[in-house]
Design a protein around this ligand. Structure first.
Ligand code: DP6
Length: 351
């Protein structure tokens, strides 16, 4: 609890001046949200409205239970501006501006003009194509709205998170999630298509690059329209989404594998044919892609997908993850292997 002192002068019943010191107790406006990043099976790349993050296509993803961002927001009247620390270090001006712009939306919703101290901690490499801003903005959406006394529905929260980072709207609902194609702010949000327990898939992530990527997704989305392949990608999206949705609902790994890999390849085809071209892969990304057919030749159900980074996500049923982890961790260029089952949605941390 913080307090504010105020001196109040009044006359008592005998006309004597009394000066009273009042301490106004102010409840601290603080809340902590926890959210998981998600791996997109059918990916989001390109917007029809970049200001509101309204995508050109729908997308489908799985939340990653083993990875998390925990964000604590403290609104305090004494603050003269917003502050942001990521993993204990003051964030870059760019990151702070992005968070401040987002907090302005929350302040407008709550009709409060008060700055916040934001502290975000992640248990995985940030800004390396692992969707750290997805989990960070989902956690921030819940923490900031709760701290200001707002209770939003899942849809409202997903819509809000989308404003911070598009894919973040998919980290709000639990499990397997679809971000439906909407035309504007009102109908552009994500919902669960199946809970995490529906299908115990595992994401085995080979980290070949944990440093910050040079071109962030926000710039990438703007470049998408410069690729002659983007219209074909958009046109075919409803078909890929339907196959992916169906494969998840029917737990059909072969159908899922085929469509996930096609979608990832289409995304990177757009990226490398943009102006200027975006090449996120490293030689080791390709080297790992090349061993996936060997895994399949042994009868292992596996498939790959790659986001806006060099790291590779290998998706498999849970009982194959130990074998894949063993193989990936023997590759010299792989610095770390992260293993994650499907995860839940955003929640408040009560500690
Ligand atoms: C390639 O704009 O959501 O991961 O805000 O930079 O995290 P950041 O990304 P965002 O774009 C994500 C692009 C993608 C595909 C996807 O997750 O759908």
């Amino acid at each position: 609890m913080s307090g504010k002192h105020q001196l109040i002068e009044r006359l008592d019943t005998h006309g004597k001046l009394i000066i009273e010191r009042h301490i106004h107790k102010m409840s601290t406006l603080i809340a902590t949200g926890v959210a998981h990043p998600n791996i997109a099976f059918i990916k989001y790349w390109g917007n029809i409205d970049s200001e509101l993050n309204i995508p050109s296509t729908g997308s489908i993803s799985m939340n990653l239970d083993a990875l998390w961002s925990k964000t604590t927001v403290t609104f305090e009247e004494k603050l003269k501006e917003d502050t942001l620390a990521i993993n204990g270090n003051p964030a870059s001006l760019l990151a702070l501006q992005r968070v401040s712009t987002f907090l302005n939306i929350v302040r407008t919703m709550a009709n409060r003009q008060i700055f916040a101290d934001v502290r975000s901690v992640n248990n995985f490499p940030i800004a390396a194509g692992l969707a750290s801003s997805a989990s960070a903005f989902a956690a921030l959406s819940l923490a900031a709205t709760r701290a200001l006394g707002l209770t939003l529905s899942e849809i409202e929260l997903s819509r809000l998170a989308r404003r911070g980072s598009g894919s973040s709207c998919r980290s709000v609902p639990p499990g397997y999630v679809e971000w439906q194609l909407g035309r504007g702010n009102g109908d552009s949000y994500a919902h669960s298509i199946a809970p995490a327990q529906h299908w115990l898939l595992t994401d085995c992530i080979a980290i070949v690059q944990s440093s910050e990527k040079l071109i962030g997704s926000q710039t990438g989305h703007l470049l998408a329209a410069t690729s002659p392949f983007q219209p074909a990608r958009i046109l075919d999206a409803p078909r890929r989404l339907a196959i992916c949705r169906q494969a998840i609902l029917q737990r059909d790994f072969d159908a899922l594998a085929k469509i996930i890999e096609l979608d990832s390849n289409m995304l990177h085809a757009v990226m490398i044919t943009s102006d200027p071209p975006l090449v996120y892969w490293q030689p080791s990304t390709l080297a790992i892609l090349k061993i996936i057919p060997d895994m399949r030749a042994q009868g292992w159900p596996v498939c790959y997908t790659i986001d806006a980074g060099a790291n590779i996500h290998i998706i498999c049923p849970a009982d194959y993850s130990a074998k894949i982890e063993r193989i990936l961790s023997q590759i010299p260029t792989v610095s770390q292997v992260l293993i994650s089952p499907p995860g839940g949605g955003v929640s408040i941390n009560e500690d």
